[in-house]
Design a binder for this molecule. Structure first.
Ligand code: GLA
Length: 386
């Protein structure tokens, strides 16, 4: 627990907070830009957390404060709307609006103070972490008792409907369902999932935060979503499919003929081959074939670079530098366009690898990436404050 947060709450609101909540961030091992195409993903929660202390209020206001953001936000529960005045508060507030939209009565207000050790807009999904966290806070404080999957779905509804990002469900699921040392193999078409042990044997997984900032809504993310939808509309006339993920690699030749537009074809090719790579990765992992797993991770990066075009100069540069300094595999993780990546390296090379990547990237861009060993952890937690 961060006692500074508890002290700040007492100072600001004159009472003790009741509960202490924590929510992790996520990486995705493989299965990128497949979730909104009802495809396969393999994310895991990692131990970079958003913390929150929470207490009830005697009125019906939601008062939000963050140690990382400027300005408090205070809104009446019955007057919540997405407005520029709410600034960063538009993310957490969407959860209360979405619960009300679903017919829940929220009989009292809440004070919430957030604090995060997660780099914001870094590709580790701090926004989904804040949404899941707030959904969990609301579910606990109002005794709604939502299951983890329901928390993920509520957070996802809030992000798409209230905040207008056409994202898939991967991030919200990865964070709400996180489990120590397990990856989550999720079929985003059915929301069915299983926990998988993924081991690189004597190699280690590291996370590289490029520290190149990007805002998802302003990025070509929604454009990729609409390109996929456009391709789906065309292909639906020829194949019996509900989503691009119903296509097999063996259908690609035909897709190429049907989609005269090369860009649309390459988007489809990425989605279809990426789903196959996820399946192959799971199988290689079950068979302990680490070389194959690494090869698939690299192929995923190449496909995201050449066909889906979401890696961008900075993440491609980190990929090349990492491979030069000893990585067995390296790929962007999350949305891309800046953000983060993961690499597989020898554990004993960690310090050398880290120094070299930081030094080389800094020389080129004057930006210092953050590099750490991935620690796969549990999802949402809550404790009473005594
Ligand atoms: C972002 C979105 C996810 C997913 C990834 C790309 O993190 O929030 O839903 O689409 O990008 O795989």
């Amino acid at each position: 627990m961060n006692n500074r947060l508890i002290d700040l709450y007492k100072k600001q609101f004159g009472t003790k907070p009741e509960k202490y909540f924590m929510s992790p961030c996520r990486i995705n091992l493989i299965g990128e830009h497949t979730d909104y195409n009802s495809g396969l993903v393999l994310p895991a929660a990692i131990s970079k957390f958003i913390h929150a202390v929470v207490g009830k209020r005697n009125d019906n206001k939601i008062h939000l404060k963050s140690l990382n953001k400027l300005g408090d936000v205070e809104v009446d529960l019955d007057k919540i709307s997405n407005s520029p005045e709410n600034k960063w508060g538009n993310y957490p507030l969407g959860i209360f609006a979405t619960l009300q939209k679903r017919g829940y009565k929220l009989p009292f207000g809440l004070n919430i103070i957030y604090s995060s050790n997660v780099p914001i807009a870094s590709g580790l999904s701090s926004s989904a972490s804040m949404l899941d966290l707030t959904a969990f806070i609301a579910s606990t404080m109002y005794n709604i008792s939502l299951k983890n999957e329901e928390i993920a779905l509520l957070a996802h509804q809030s992000e798409t409907e209230f905040n207008g990002l056409q994202c898939g469900i991967m991030d919200e699921f990865a964070i709400a369902l996180g489990k120590r040392n397990k990856c989550i193999f999720l079929d985003c078409g059915t929301n069915k999932f299983s926990y998988e042990d993924v081991s690189f044997k004597d190699l280690s997984l590291v996370v590289i935060v490029s520290n190149v900032k990007r805002a998802l809504i302003a990025s070509p993310y929604n454009q990729r979503v609409s390109e996929c939808n456009k391709a789906l509309e065309i292909l639906k006339k020829h194949f019996k499919i509900e989503s691009l993920s119903d296509l097999e690699v063996s259908n690609l030749e035909e897709c190429k003929k049907l989609l005269s537009n090369d860009i649309l074809y390459r988007r489809v090719k990425h989605v279809v081959t990426e789903n196959q790579r996820v399946k192959d990765f799971i199988e290689a992992s079950k068979n302990g074939e680490v070389n194959k797993m690494c090869d698939l991770l690299n192929k995923s990066h190449e496909s995201l670079r050449d066909d889906y075009e979401v890696t961008g100069e900075y993440l491609d540069s980190i990929h090349d530098i990492s491979m030069k300094y000893g990585a067995y595999a390296e790929r962007m993780t999350g949305a891309g366009f800046g953000g983060s990546s993961i690499a597989v390296i020898k554990k004993e090379d960690f310090d050398y690898f880290k120094d070299k990547v930081i030094e080389t990237f800094y020389k080129k861009y004057h930006i210092k990436p953050l590099i750490f060993l991935a620690d796969i952890c549990d999802g949402l937690t809550v404790k009473n404050i005594k």
